[in-house]
Design a protein around this ligand. Structure first.
Ligand code: 13P
Ligand code: SF4
Length: 299
């Protein structure tokens, strides 16, 4: 495929490293130097030596890489690829909450803007949210912005009073318990794996709940031969690699994050060729956001 060769050539010429999230199209995952979940991508970002990092994912992921690597050129092929959940919180409202409730610790999911991270005490991802909330000192926690991941954490961390921001992921929220119930009847031997961004009624029907990397690990170790996959179907590309003989059933046919899929091969080539679109975060915001991310990474 010509475009793949072009990307490979441009990548070499520009000395760029490509990072991709598991929700990218399979062909993009395969051209990336590193594929991971939000936590793995954030960790990887600090180790990279190349001067240019191209993030194939949604905007907050590229912003996180930039915050952790202020001296590097961080590119995103299409800056309008934003996370719908991250857009459900604005800094002014969070500021107002903090002013009214100074006794709350603000724990913010990385699916958020740099400005919101900068107002937070600590960040978390879906892979470590329980650990992060358990580790905070105060009893009162505001979990921002995902009410579903927040309620998943609250089910497990009983010694905190947790309030949730009213945000959610429309892609995961679209999966209903009714739909999952029908699939479970149709495939009684299949194991149900879901992301914690799914609603509580969906999570109740699952055999395993975890972040994307945790789902991959779990499926690899499982002795089942079929799986109902309750998260973005890009992950199935990796699941097929770790368990080629298994059957994977997307929990609904169009379980696709359209935002993630705004990253396409032509835009990746354009990004490398023209050094666009460069992610910038103002120094003051980046400094504060970095502290919240680093508190998470230190755990
Ligand atoms: P992970 O933390 O599992 O990578 O998920 C990120 C995300 O955007 C889920 O919708
Ligand atoms: Fe955001 Fe949902 Fe897409 Fe994840 S799947 S990037 S939470 S909109």
């Amino acid at each position: 495929m010509e475009i793949l060769e072009e990307i490979e050539k441009l990548k070499r010429e520009k000395g760029a490293v490509i990072l991709a999230h598991y929700y990218q199209d399979g062909v993009i995952q395969d051209i990336a130097d590193f594929v991971g979940d939000s936590l793995e991508l954030a960790r990887k970002a600090i180790e990279i030596e190349a001067e240019t990092i191209l993030m194939c994912g949604v905007y907050f992921m590229a912003e996180t890489v930039k915050i952790l690597n202020p001296g590097k050129k961080v590119l995103i092929p299409y800056p309008k690829a934003g996370c719908l959940m991250a857009d459900m919180v604005i800094e002014e409202e969070l500021k107002a909450f903090k002013e009214k409730n100074p006794d709350y610790t603000i724990v913010t999911y990385v699916n958020s803007s740099a400005a919101v991270k900068a107002l937070s005490d600590v960040c978390c991802t879906s892979a470590n949210a329980v650990k992060v909330v358990s580790s905070v000192e105060g009893e009162k926690v505001l979990f921002v912005p995902d009410k579903n991941l927040g309620s998943y954490v609250a089910e497990q961390v009983k010694d905190k009073k947790i309030k949730f921001w009213n945000g959610y992921c429309p892609v995961h929220e679209k999966l209903t318990a009714q739909r999952l119930g029908i699939l479970k009847k149709k495939y009684p031997d299949a194991e149900v794996v879901v992301h914690p961004e799914c609603s509580p009624s969906v999570r109740k029907l699952a055999d395993f709940i975890g972040s994307t990397s945790q789902i991959i690990k779990h499926v690899k170790a499982s002795d089942k031969g079929s799986f109902i996959v309750g998260t973005e179907r890009g992950i199935i590309h990796q699941l097929r690699k770790v368990k080629p003989e298994a059957t994977f059933i997307p929990a609904y046919e169009t379980f696709v994050c359209d935002q993630m899929r705004m990253i396409i091969l032509d835009r990746i080539a354009n990004s490398l060729k023209n050094s666009v679109y460069e992610v910038k975060v103002d120094a003051e915001t980046a400094k504060k956001a970095k502290e919240a991310i680093e508190r998470m990474l230190a755990l």
